[in-house]
Design a protein around this ligand. Structure first.
Ligand code: SAM
Length: 448
C-alpha cells in the first residue's frame, strides 16, 4: 500500500507567462494561509444527503486503484467535515487501509490540485490513476429519491443536468414512491364501465377494443386528436386467458387477426410506433413462430415501415418459466422493441447517448406484477418517448394495461391517449395517475 505523503507546497499557475505549450509555475506567496492539518480518516462524516449510489464494483475499482497506485485525487469537505464529494473514495480508502487525511482548508477562491511527486505521466501508476478515476465513476448511479428530496427542499440542481435527464431521474423517483404507494385495494367490482372514456388531466383512457374502428375513433374524437407523433405499446402476446381456451392453431390465427386489426387502425393515426413484443409463440405443429418477424412484416404492410430494433435485456427468469425444459430456447431474458414509422429520425445531442444508440437496452423488469400480469418497466416507454418525441407531443398506447405509458407521458410532459379492454385495468390506470398527481380523473364520455 502507498504511504501517505504529507509534504506539500502551494502553487499558482501564471497565465500571463504562458508560452505556447508550456506553463510557468510560481510559488504563490499569498496562497492558502488557512490551516492545513492531518486528521484521522474516521473524523470525516459521510454525507447523509449523498445523492449517488455506489455499487460494489464502484468501490472495488477505487480500492483496487488505491492499492496499486496510491491516492490521486482530492475529496471535498464541508467545514464540519461532511464529505460533499468523494464519499466512495473515503469508504474505499478506509477499506484499503488509509487512516489519515491531509486536509487543506480553502474558502473556495483557489484551485487545489493534488500533485503526485513520485510519478511521471507515462508511469503505469499515472495511467492507472487516470483510467480508474474515470472508470469508477461509471459504476455509480443517482440515488433518485435523495435527488428528489433535495429538489423538493428547494435546491436548484437543474443547472447540473440536461433538462430531460433530470426529468427522467425525478420521474424514476416518483415511480419508486408510487410503487410503495401502489393501490392494492381496488374494488371487487370495477368502477369503469365498458365504453367509458376517462380524462386524467391532459390524458385520456378509454375502456374499449383497440381492434374496433368505432371504439378507436370515438376515443380520438373525445380526445380531440387526429394524429400523434408516437405510439408505444406491448400488445397481448396471445398466451393469456383471452386465447388459452383455443387450440394452438386457432390461437395463433386469432393473434394474427388481432394484430393486423389494431395495426390497421392505429398506424393511420401515429407517425411512429415503438412496439414491445416477445418471441414466445409456438405454432400448431410445435415449431416456434417468430412473432417479432411477423410483427415487422405486419407493420411494413401497414403505414409503419420498419426502422430499427432494440433488444430489451430483462432479468433472466427461465428457471421459473414454463420453457425451462426446452433448454435450447433463450426465452425469458430478452424481448424486442421494434421501431416503425415514417417520421424523420432526429438524433438529439444529449447525454442519453449511453443507451440511445445501443442495440441492447438493459432495463430492470417490474419485480412485482401483483396488480397486472404483464407490466413493462416505466423506463421502457420513457426511453422511447425521450428518443422520438418532444414535450407536448401526443403518445398513444392501444393496450395500456396498468397505465405505464400514461405514467411515463405524465412525468415527461407528453399527452397520452390510450385504450384498455379490461375495466379493472382502466381503474388501475386511473388510480396510478391519481396517486402520482394527487389530481382527480373524471369520466367524460360513456356508452350508456
Ligand atoms: C401486455 S399487456 C400491456 C401491459 C402494459 N404495457 C403495462 O405496463 O401495464 C396487454 C394489455 O392489453 C389489453 N388488451 C387485450 N386485448 C385488447 C384489445 N383488443 N383492446 C384493448 N386492450 C386489450 C389486456 O387487457 C392487457 O392489459
Amino acid at each position: 500500500m502507498y504511504p501517505l505523503n504529507c509534504r506539500y507546497k502551494v502553487y499558482r499557475r501564471s497565465l500571463s507567462s504562458r508560452a505556447p505549450g508550456t506553463y510557468s509555475w510560481n510559488r504563490y506567496e499569498g496562497a492558502n494561509d488557512m490551516a492545513n492539518e492531518l486528521v484521522a480518516i474516521d473524523e470525516l462524516k459521510f454525507d447523509p444527503n449523498n445523492a449517488r449510489v455506489h455499487s460494489p464494483k464502484n468501490l472495488q475499482v477505487i480500492e483496487e486503484s488505491l492499492q496499486r497506485n496510491g491516492f490521486g485525487r482530492s475529496v471535498l469537505l464541508a467545514k464540519d467535515g461532511t464529505i460533499l464529494a468523494g464519499n466512495a473514495t473515503i469508504e474505499a480508502a478506509g477499506q484499503a487501509g488509509f487512516d489519515k487525511v491531509l486536509v487543506i482548508e480553502t474558502d473556495g477562491t483557489e484551485i487545489i490540485a493534488v500533485k503526485r511527486t513520485d510519478i511521471d505521466p507515462e508511469d503505469p501508476q499515472a495511467v492507472g490513476l487516470a483510467i480508474s478515476d474515470n472508470a469508477a465513476a461509471t459504476y455509480a448511479d443517482w440515488h433518485v429519491t435523495k435527488l428528489k428530496e433535495l429538489v423538493d427542499a428547494g435546491h436548484d440542481v437543474q443547472p447540473y443536468f440536461l433538462h430531460d435527464q433530470l426529468k427522467a431521474l425525478l420521474s424514476k423517483a416518483n415511480q419508486v414512491t408510487e410503487a410503495e404507494d401502489r393501490p392494492t385495494d381496488l374494488a371487487d367490482e370495477a368502477i369503469t364501465k365498458e365504453g367509458d372514456v376517462w380524462s386524467l388531466g391532459d390524458h385520456y383512457v378509454m375502456c374499449g377494443d383497440s381492434t374496433d374502428h368505432d371504439d378507436v375513433h370515438r376515443l380520438m374524437d373525445v380526445a380531440g386528436i387526429q394524429t400523434a407523433k408516437l405510439l408505444v405499446t406491448s400488445p397481448p402476446y396471445g398466451v393469456g386467458k383471452d386465447y388459452a381456451d383455443n387450440s394452438r392453431e386457432d390461437s395463433l390465427h386469432n393473434w394474427r387477426v388481432m394484430m393486423r386489426a389494431w395495426i390497421a387502425e392505429w398506424s393511420i393515426i401515429a407517425d411512429m410506433a415503438a412496439i414491445n413484443i416477445a418471441d414466445i409463440r409456438v405454432g400448431p405443429d410445435g415449431r416456434e413462430v417468430h412473432t417479432y418477424g411477423e410483427l415487422v412484416q405486419m407493420c411494413n404492410d401497414a403505414d409503419w415501415p420498419y426502422l430499427s430494433t432494440r433488444v430489451w435485456l430483462k432479468q433472466p427468469a427461465w428457471f421459473v418459466g414454463p420453457y425451462y425444459t426446452s433448454s435450447y430456447r433463450a426465452v425469458d431474458d430478452y424481448e424486442f422493441i421494434g421501431l416503425f414509422g415514417t417520421a424523420p429520425y432526429v438524433a438529439r445531442l444529449d447525454d442519453t447517448y449511453h443507451w440511445r444508440y445501443r442495440g441492447t437496452w438493459e432495463m430492470t423488469s417490474v419485480a412485482k406484477n401483483d396488480d397486472h400480469p404483464a407490466k413493462f418497466p416505466t423506463e421502457l416507454p420513457e426511453r422511447c418517448i425521450v428518443m422520438l418525441t418532444d414535450p407536448g407531443d401526443v403518445v398513444l398506447d392501444p393496450f395500456v394495461g396498468s397505465g405505464t405509458t400514461l405514467i411515463a407521458a405524465e412525468s415527461m410532459g407528453r399527452q397520452c391517449v390510450a385504450m384498455e379492454l379490461s375495466p379493472r385495468y382502466v381503474d388501475l390506470t386511473v388510480r396510478r395517475w391519481e396517486t402520482m398527481t394527487s389530481d382527480t380523473a373524471v369520466v367524460v364520455d360513456s356508452e350508456s
